[in-house]
Design a protein around this ligand. Structure first.
Ligand SMILES: [Zn+2]
Length: 617
């Protein structure tokens, strides 16, 4: 019998026969034997073939059983099939739409292309014939298997079909849901639709997926012909692939989110804000929900606040040795104000909590007032601002002082009253940490004066200002040297030798093709010393104060960013993106930045997936 005929007959064998006894033909406990056993169990390999492979490996060809890929390649040869790693295969959406997503996901099959009337379908499980048979029966098409690694297939299926494709697929077959739209009294329908098991499952999948990808926000945006879902990961929005039919379920999905956040599902003309508490693998996630009616339906932004955020040390935060030294000096002071400045999402709170962590002990009483509370810290008294109930920053702060704290953290100084109480707190012997929205460190002085704090009071209470931004860290597995002309020109401009290596983002499985993983802070540290105080008392402009600070050794945000570029931790584009520093090419030479990589590879679900639970408030 020719090998391929034998293969055909084997591939058509009843599945139960091939998996009855997961054989371990090689010596037990060796990695190769484990691999073969696993592959037999997953119906990737027949017992007989596993035996042949084990024998050949024992006879001096160990490379055959080195990895799943090696075994699949061997199988492809034996059965005269093609093998692909799926790296450079263009998806054929039209072809994909011919097959039910549910079956593709369940059986891990990926239709690749149609050749001479035969559809090539990628599979890693040649001996799980039921899936291919189902596809044949359902579509009446001829299919031919092409071997590919299991992980790559799962990744590609998820990317191409979109998150929750199977649930949406199920919904698609339920006709009553299709009439959902604006107008009329369909709130009852909407409510039942929102409680539909598939909608619940879909929304849960979006949450689980976002949390696994370390997203900080989920954006659901209605457009005329699409309902877009994006995650903000490491500060940059990434589009999430979703099934094409999802637009039709937009009202039901939004209603589900309203129900979860105890909002009025009948209200569709006014913005609403709410909260959801989620539990994922015992980790509590507090979700801030904001819904705004837009032209083509309600847009939803979900901010994910992890309650067990892990704090790192100052060095891990990205502080250089000088900054750590300055910070430690400030933390030892008995009173004074330390401000961290930067836009929303620049990691200000994390820096302040890292500082609190350094001084949080039994002898120090720490009280915080925040909106929202982003970290929970043992031994620290934390207050959540509640504007509706009248608990504002100012009011909370005034009460805090009666509790005799040593250290106070005020989430943000937003108004004159809070600014003034913060200064009073410092002058009466408290160490006060807070944040301000200014672009750079020197700007904080003028901002306080703008908030009607007398310059002499600013001078006598403010100890240091720290401006900060977050740059994305290059994925160490796939970063590549940037040999572009722009990189060369930048090195010249910055006065670096051309031998200084700059890196750019690649993209690999480890970072889900984004090229970056995690973020590092860059800082601009300004000590409020005598010279600065004198300038402040003379009502000097921010520019003049800045010049003096630089003269006194202040390193700018960009300087600190370039330090990370030289260390190969981030890219020039990242530094310029977050510092908005375009001065590098101020003489008309235009810097072209690569378009932000918007693609995202959603990683396949872990085998033992933690269950997502919506906690009761
Ligand atoms: Zn990577």
């Amino acid at each position: 019998m020719k090998r391929d005929e034998k293969g055909q007959s084997k591939a058509n064998m009843n599945e139960s026969q091939t998996v009855k006894s997961p054989a371990s033909p090689a010596a037990p406990a060796s990695p190769a034997a484990d691999l073969l056993e696993r592959m037999v169990e997953a119906k990737q390999l027949s017992v007989a073939d596993a035996g042949i492979l084990a024998q050949q490996a024992a006879k001096g060809r160990p490379e055959l059983v080195q990895s799943e890929d090696h075994v699949l390649k061997w199988l492809a040869k034996e059965y005269h099939l093609n093998f692909t790693d799926l790296e450079n295969i263009e998806p054929d959406r039209e072809l994909l739409s011919l097959f039910p997503a549910r079956v593709l996901l369940k059986e891990e099959l990926l239709p690749l292309q149609r050749l001479n009337g035969v559809v090539q379908v990628a599979t890693s499980r040649l001996f799980a014939t039921q899936g291919l048979d189902t596809l044949k029966t359902l579509t009446g098409l001829k299919v031919q298997p092409v071997l590919a690694p299991a992980e790559a297939i799962r990744r590609e299926i998820k990317t191409r079909l979109g998150i929750g494709a199977d649930t949406i697929d199920t919904l698609d077959e339920e006709a009553p849901l299709q009439v959902l739209d604006e107008g009329g009294d369909e709130n009852a329908d909407l409510e039942s639709a929102a409680e539909d098991a598939s909608i619940i499952k879909f929304v849960n999948q979006v949450f689980t997926d976002a949390i696994e990808l370390r997203a900080s926000d989920i954006h659901l945006e209605p457009f005329e012909e699409e309902f877009r879902i994006r995650y903000r990961i490491d500060g940059v929005l990434q589009e999430v692939p979703v099934p094409a039919q999802i637009k039709r379920f937009q009202p039901a999905i939004v209603s589900r989110l309203k129900i979860l956040s105890h909002l009025n599902i009948a209200e569709k003309r006014l913005p609403q804000d709410g909260r959801i508490k989620l539990l994922l693998a015992n980790n509590e996630v507090d979700v801030r929900v904001s819904i705004i009616p837009m032209l083509h339906g309600e847009a939803v932004v979900l901010r994910l606040l992890r309650q067990k955020g892990t704090l790192m040390g100052m060095a891990e935060l990205g502080m250089g040795p000088n900054e750590i030294k300055s910070f430690k000096r400030i933390l030892a002071l008995p009173h004074g104000i330390i401000l961290v400045t930067g836009p929303t999402g620049s990691g200000k709170t994390t820096t302040l909590y890292t500082a609190l962590n350094e001084i949080n002990d039994l002898e120090t009483k720490i009280i915080t007032i925040e909106d929202p509370v982003e970290y929970q810290m043992k031994g620290v008294n934390q207050i959540q601002v509640n504007e509706k109930a009248g608990l504002t920053f100012a009011r909370g702060l005034r009460s805090i002082l009666r509790h005799d704290p040593d250290v106070v953290l005020v989430g943000e100084i937003r108004d004159e009253e809070t600014a003034q109480i913060a200064v009073q707190a410092s002058l009466t012997g408290h160490l006060v940490f807070s944040t301000l929205h200014t672009n750079d460190a020197p700007g904080a002085l003028n901002r306080l004066v703008d908030m009607k704090v007398e310059p002499y009071l600013v001078a006598s209470s403010l100890e240091a200002v720290l401006a900060q931004r977050l740059v994305r860290v290059l994925c160490p597995h796939c970063k590549v040297e940037d040999k572009s002309e722009i990189a060369a020109a930048l090195k010249e401009r910055l006065g670096y030798p051309q031998s200084q290596v700059f890196y750019k983002a690649g993209g690999c499985g480890e970072c889900r093709q984004i090229g970056f993983h995690g973020r590092h802070a860059i800082f601009e540290w300004m000590d409020v010393n005598n010279e600065i105080i004198q300038l402040l008392l003379k009502n000097s402009s921010a520019g003049i104060i800045r010049e003096a600070a630089v003269r006194n050794g202040m390193q700018s945000l960009s300087d600190d960013g370039w330090r990370l570029v030289r260390l190969g931790e981030t890219t020039p584009e990242e530094v310029m993106r977050v510092t908005k520093d375009q001065t590098m090419f101020g003489d008309g030479k235009k810097l072209t930045l690569d378009k932000e990589k918007e693609d995202i590879d959603v990683i396949s679900e872990a085998e033992a997936k933690p269950k997502l639970v919506v906690a009761k408030h």
